[in-house]
Unconditional design. Sequence first.
Length: 168
Amino acid sequence: MLKLVLSLLLVIGPVWPLGQNPRVGEPFIIINKEVNNLAYIEDGKVLRIYRIATGKTADLTPEGIFNITYKAKNPYWRKKNIPGGDPKNPLGTRWIGFDALGTDGSIYGIHGNNDPSSIGKYISNGCVRMYTNDVNELFDKIPYGTKVLITTSSSSFEQLAREQGAIK
């Protein structure tokens, strides 16, 4: 019986966080593709809005609610075999991966870049690009399991956060 219980815990253990999330006070990220901005929400308030870049076409950056599942400093870019820290690496200094479309956090993510002029544009292959200083700041604030809402909306960040339960 003990083996069965332990086996079940190993199988369902990675399902995190349990229960309703985001809860008021917990970190929450909203990405609005309509305006190419990212809002960082914590303690029931929109604390910071960052300028970002998203997919070249609307379908490239998937919409929905996802979880932060992977974080890396100086990420390696597999597609072109460019090591982390290399100035040619388009992922910049940080990778904050989320589980969009059933992936594990290594395919879709919020990351830095090596071309600051791309910020504000619809230019990526699906990821969310940020200025280097901004992604470094965000990286340190958000834990694994943080919810990410990606949408295209004319609503304010406060309204979107309220609808998701991140703000009262």
